[in-house]
Design a protein around this ligand. Structure first.
Ligand SMILES: CC(C)(COP(=O)(O)OP(=O)(O)OC[C@H]1O[C@@H](n2cnc3c(N)ncnc32)[C@H](O)[C@@H]1OP(=O)(O)O)[C@@H](O)C(=O)NCCC(=O)NCCS
Length: 86
């Protein structure tokens, strides 16, 4: 955990997560094992960031993101599952 990280309520950070430099993690977000985010990124509330994911840009609320760099694979908002973040 580095400088200026802001953690909202009910978040879950799993083993080896690195967040450094003006990162805001929204309420209820999950960051999986060894996920990382550096320099001015927002992780949206209730989103799931998978194991090993590198967050290269802001993560919207209520989505699932995987990969390096992170890509959105699912919307878990109130409209249910939609592939490709649509
Ligand atoms: C991340 C996760 C919650 C997403 O679940 P989901 O929305 O049901 O999506 P799926 O498990 O069907 O995976 C969808 C695709 O993402 C890939 N994927 C899943 N997790 C991944 C990860 N951490 N890194 C890279 N790719 C990943 C899957 O291989 C799959 O690829 P495919 O469509 O080419 O087969 C789930 O895959 C999972 O638990 N993964 C492993 C552990 C993990 O990352 N946990 C996060 C805890 S916060």
């Amino acid at each position: 955990m580095g400088h200026y990280a802001v953690l909202d309520d009910f978040i879950s950070l799993f083993l080896g997560v690195n967040v450094v430099g003006d990162i805001k993690i929204g309420e209820g977000a999950y960051l999986g094992i060894s996920a990382c985010a550096i320099n001015q990124k927002n992780i949206g509330e209730w989103s799931i960031v998978g194991d090993g994911v590198a967050v290269a840009r802001d993560i919207p609320p209520k989505i699932v993101a995987v990969g390096v760099p992170a890509r959105i694979i699912k919307n878990i908002g109130k409209d249910g599952e939609k592939k490709n973040g649509s």
